[in-house]
Write a protein that binds this ligand. Structure first.
Ligand SMILES: NC(=O)c1ccc[n+]([C@@H]2O[C@H](COP(=O)([O-])OP(=O)(O)OC[C@H]3O[C@@H](n4cnc5c(N)ncnc54)[C@H](O)[C@@H]3O)[C@@H](O)[C@H]2O)c1
Length: 319
């Protein structure tokens, strides 16, 4: 980003769940947003999403606009993206769809404007392979709800320029995000790998009949999650180690941990297991619609963030 475009509009390719979340993130900070999306209903959908979530969105920053600043949001043809300061690509998770979107945007956006992909698992080196200016492509994978959760996983491809990475990290930090730069590309990145590791064991325990669906949900919601408000799995292990922390944990638990690791399951999502998962979700959701539960979850996430007390000292890494 050699030229200062920090007040320029942000371009969003794709205005589904994630594009809508980025729109909320910028609009609540009064930064103009230009949306490109071929769906006929795109503007109605993103507007409806913003209206629904705005009570939560406006709690994420001080002095937020009381209602959605609709005058700062426009659906435009791709040719109108020429003046944007950066682009978030949020099109469906397919290499072809993303590469087609890059071809369109590179035809109109100056070469130094960074393109941030929201991809949840595609390799940046593959994403940038078709680009005229691959050095500007960075994966910036947000968490849903994007406007509330600070973590953004950042991955770079073989052709990404170091100054673009620095500029993107600085931009995300200034936006109140907490970027985590992975040191190499890996399918599923970081959060999905961690999440899927727990999911794998949950499915194994369910399939083996060790516990029912409600028990799995309770273990995570009432046991594991509240502890994670102050630290991740490494902090949890250190805290379990007594006054010596991780040193004590290694002395006491290392062999047990290895023994239990070797016992973890590798379930297969065959027809029977799939049917069990569908039945489990039906039981847990209890007739509530997905959008209803999503709205409740997003509001609860914003509530929970007021209890969020990471253990690191002020001045540590991140936003
Ligand atoms: N849904 C999540 O929880 C989540 C979380 C993090 C990252 N992601 C990633 O974000 C990306 C978007 O996911 P989503 O859930 O918002 O998808 P979505 O299906 O809700 O929205 C995708 C939007 O892109 C539009 N689109 C398709 N082709 C386009 C093009 N060429 N130009 C512009 N718009 C185009 C579609 O019309 C649609 O509105 C994916 O890569 C996904 O893996 C999703």
């Amino acid at each position: 980003m050699p030229e200062d475009r920090s007040a320029a509009p942000v371009g969003l390719l794709g205005a589904g769940t994630i594009g809508g979340g980025w729109a909320a993130t910028y609009l609540v900070r009064r930064r103009p947003v230009l949306v490109v999306d071929p769906a006929a209903s795109a503007l109605d959908r993103v507007t409806a999403y913003l209206d629904t979530v705005w009570p939560s969105v406006r709690r994420t920053v001080p002095d937020a606009p009381a209602s959605v600043p609709a005058d700062l949001l426009r659906l435009v043809p791709i040719e109108d993206l020429g003046e944007v300061g950066l682009v978030h690509e949020n099109v469906p998770e397919s290499l072809d769809a993303k590469q087609e979107a890059y071809r369109g945007v590179e035809a109109v956006v100056a070469p130094h404007v960074p393109i941030l992909s929201s991809s949840g698992g595609l390799m940046p080196t593959q994403l940038q392979a078709c680009m005229d200016h691959p050095e500007r492509l960075v994966v910036a994978h947000p968490q849903s709800p994007v406007y509330a959760l600070a973590l953004v996983e950042v991955l770079v491809g073989k052709s990404t320029a170091p100054d673009v990475v620095s500029a993107v990290l600085a931009h995300l930090t200034a936006l109140g995000k907490r970027p985590v730069l992975l040191h190499r590309e890996m399918p599923g990145y970081l959060t999905n790998r961690l999440t899927f590791a727990m999911l794998r064991e949950a499915v194994h325990l369910l399939a083996e009949g060790v516990v029912d669906a409600r028990g799995i949900e309770d273990a995570v919601v009432h046991g594991i999650t509240p502890r994670f408000l102050i630290g991740g799995p490494l902090t949890s292990l250190a805290l379990a180690g007594g006054p010596d922390g991780m040193r004590g944990a290694m002395r006491s638990f290392a062999s047990t941990i290895e023994e239990w690791w070797s016992d973890l399951g590798t379930p297969h999502l065959d027809d029977d297991v799939r049917a069990r998962l569908v039945a489990a979700a039906d039981e847990i959701l209890g007739g509530r619609s997905i959008s209803e539960v999503l709205a409740a979850r997003d509001a609860a996430v914003v509530d929970a963030l007021s209890l969020h007390r990471p253990t690191e000292q002020p001045g540590g890494a991140g936003a």
